[in-house]
Design a protein around this ligand. Structure first.
Ligand SMILES: Nc1ncnc2c1ncn2[C@@H]1O[C@H](COP(=O)(O)OP(=O)(O)OP(=O)(O)O)[C@@H](O)[C@H]1O
Ligand SMILES: [Mg+2]
Length: 271
């Protein structure tokens, strides 16, 4: 059974998408079968692995609204062991439509719960992958709720900046609410420090306050702030393709190893 990890932080621009793309690619290179789900209408994870949004057939929107099967929406990327369910701007309208569809299907044979849509769909393909990573949008609304319902755990990227812990309590409360109401087994996979600038003491202060708060949940790997990590997506490339011998590749491969280790390396890979 694949492990479903939601990459969540309602704060914008903390490195969710960069981490989804490059952690997925790294797990793939390390021999794990990976499915990345782009759950953000911005579709940055989709373009970031080199998929042209103009050529998308079915996207996550069609899957959530039952217009396409999930199998039909899964696209292989050029990266080893990495497939994706892409997102397109139409996902922005999913919220209202899911509410409407739930109302329409009520009392019929079709089981349609707007919060459980992603879970119900991923369940059908879960055993084909070792890891399923969900790139969440910067909000805690219905799409993220779907991710929290579907996931086994959450990975929280936190940017190394002065206001890093701002909003974290709200995020923790949301995770705890999800545990109580919709997903009692939801776990915290880990906390990832991102965009650490060298030559600032500020970064070090932030690291120690975050470690104090999250303790051993914080990964040893810290993602440095690197121009190459910001440039890669505009070429439709992961950092492993764009700068294979660079620091960004090294960091995300190290993170992938930590993730695999925390999940018990003895676990057999599928297929
Ligand atoms: N380690 C890094 N070094 C340099 N730039 C980075 C790094 N990580 C991310 N960035 C850049 O910072 C910006 C925000 O990153 P990213 O899109 O991954 O964050 P996000 O949390 O997904 O944002 P959003 O909330 O909008 O979805 C992007 O322009 C990205 O290229
Ligand atoms: Mg993003």
């Amino acid at each position: 059974m694949g492990k479903i990890i939601a990459i969540v932080n309602q704060k914008g621009g903390v490195g969710k998408t960069t981490t989804s793309i490059n952690l997925s690619a790294s797990l793939g290179v390390l021999g794990k079968k990976v499915l990345m789900v782009d759950l953000d209408p911005q579709g940055n994870a989709t373009t970031g692995v080199g998929i042209d949004k103009r050529n998308i057939g079915s996207s996550v929107y069609e899957v959530l609204t039952m217009k396409s099967s999930i199998e039909n929406a899964i696209v292989r990327t050029k990266n080893v062991n990495l497939s994706i369910i892409p997102a397109y701007l139409n996902l922005a309208g999913a919220n209202m439509e899911l509410i409407e569809l739930e109302r329409r299907y009520k009392g019929t044979e079709t089981n349609f719960n707007r919060i459980m849509r992603l879970k119900d769909e991923l369940y059908k393909v879960k055993d084909k992958y070792d890891y399923i990573l969900i790139d969440c949008p910067p909000s805690l609304e219905l799409l993220t709720t779907n991710a929290l319902a579907a996931a086994d755990s959450v990975l929280i990227p936190v940017q190394c900046e002065y206001y890093a812990l701002e909003g974290i309590m709200q995020l923790i409360n949301t995770i705890m609410l999800a545990q109580r109401k919709i997903n009692p087994n939801l776990d915290i996979e880990g906390v990832l420090l991102t965009m650490l600038s060298v030559n600032t003491n500020l970064g070090l202060e932030v690291i120690s306050s975050i470690k104090e708060f999250f303790k051993e949940r914080v990964y040893d790997t810290i993602i440095p702030r690197l121009i190459k990590l910001a440039e890669a997506p505009s070429h439709g490339k992961t950092i492993l393709e764009y700068d294979p011998r660079g620091k960004g590749t090294k960091a995300y491969l190290n993170l992938a190893k930590e993730v695999i280790e925390r999940n018990g390396s003895k676990e057999e890979s599928v297929g």
